[in-house]
Design a protein around this ligand. Structure first.
Ligand code: BGC
Length: 323
């Protein structure tokens, strides 16, 4: 018999799927990671999500936890009501027009809720991390691309057609690089983890870094190329953060993704740059912090988001039956 109820969250990223089992209060029971087949057909990615969820379900069963809901965060624009991935995402080849909720509910026989990966990350920080107690929150995740999550007055802002909040596709250069989204000079082409790895390769004439963690380690050891990469990254991130602060004047700006897990110096450097360029009044009192949940924010947020959507759905059903 299961004596506790729990949640599963899955965070599909351009590099890895991060997922796990947690309790409704965010306590982590177990977590896992596996590689993303981002260039594979959509069926393969769906199979990977399903098999990840099954692994998490097995673990939950062994620990006597009954899973209530499964939450999924995915790049791209998601019709949240239908759990349907509408829009393509530039970092995946054929991941678009996928009825994620419908298929996973059929195969897993549990309620499944789906949202954009950066939205669920923002939600995770809002519920369990650095965003607790704040109502106007911007979060970004610096990964394969740059994802943006916007919480206004305690609610996720998704735009009128679920495609808003694409902060990584804000242009920072009108004659910059061409983005696969169709735009020019998109922020994510200059400030994502991908661009750090590219800059490192270019400036060290062929030396590869396997992760941003490696670049951070080299920076801390005084490597001059890593230093150039990090300084460029700080400048590129800061220029976007300052603009976004001027637009939203949030209470808190949360920076997540692998590189944000570098020492405090990384966020300190960004904060200093932003202070030099954002508008004085827009910046007043804004906290710029790193994601407290680190790389777990996405899957934990997906789990929490799914549970809340499900409870809302149950409440709405009850009200409907009673009236
Ligand atoms: C996509 C977003 C996604 C972000 C992070 C961007 O390229 O357009 O939808 O949130 O990458 O994965």
């Amino acid at each position: 018999m299961s004596d506790r109820s729990g949640l599963i969250g899955l965070d599909l990223g351009g590099t890895n799927i991060k997922y796990g089992v947690c309790l409704p209060d965010g306590t982590i029971i177990d977590e896992f990671i596996r590689q993303t087949n981002k260039d594979a057909p959509a069926e393969v990615i769906l199979n990977d999500l399903e098999s990840a969820a099954r692994q998490a379900l097995d673990v939950a069963r062994q620990k006597g936890i009954a899973i209530q809901t499964i939450g999924v965060g995915t790049p791209g624009s998601v019709d949240v009501g239908r759990g349907y991935l509408k829009g393509s995402t530039p970092n995946f080849k054929s991941w678009k027009d996928v009825p994620i909720k419908e298929i996973l509910e059929r195969t897993l026989q549990l309620p499944v809720y789906v949202d954009n990966d950066a939205n669920v990350m923002a939600f995770g920080e809002y519920r369990f991390g650095a965003g607790r107690g704040y109502q106007t929150i911007i979060s970004i995740t610096l990964g394969t691309g740059i994802g943006g999550g916007i919480i206004l007055n305690g609610k996720l802002f998704r735009g009128h057609n679920f495609a808003g909040g694409e902060l990584g596709h804000m242009s920072i250069s009108y004659r910059g690089r061409k983005c696969r989204c169709g735009g020019t000079g998109c922020w994510e082409l200059y400030a994502s983890a991908t661009s750090m790895l590219e800059n490192f390769r270019r400036w060290s004439k062929g030396r590869e870094a396997s992760s941003t963690r490696e670049i951070v380690d080299l920076y801390e050891q005084g490597d001059p190329v890593a230093r150039r990469v990090i300084e460029t990254e700080v400048a590129m991130v800061a220029v976007g953060v300052a603009s976004i602060i001027n637009i939203f004047n949030p209470e808190i700006f949360i920076i997540g993704g692998g590189v944000s897990e570098a020492g405090d110096w990384f966020i300190d450097m960004i904060r200093q740059r932003v202070q030099q360029s954002a508008m004085e009044q827009s910046l007043l009192g804004v906290k710029i912090v790193r994601a407290e949940l680190g790389n777990k924010a996405g899957w934990l947020g997906a789990a929490a988001f799914a549970r809340e959507e499900w409870l809302n759905h149950l409440n709405a059903e009850n009200t409907r039956l009673l009236t």
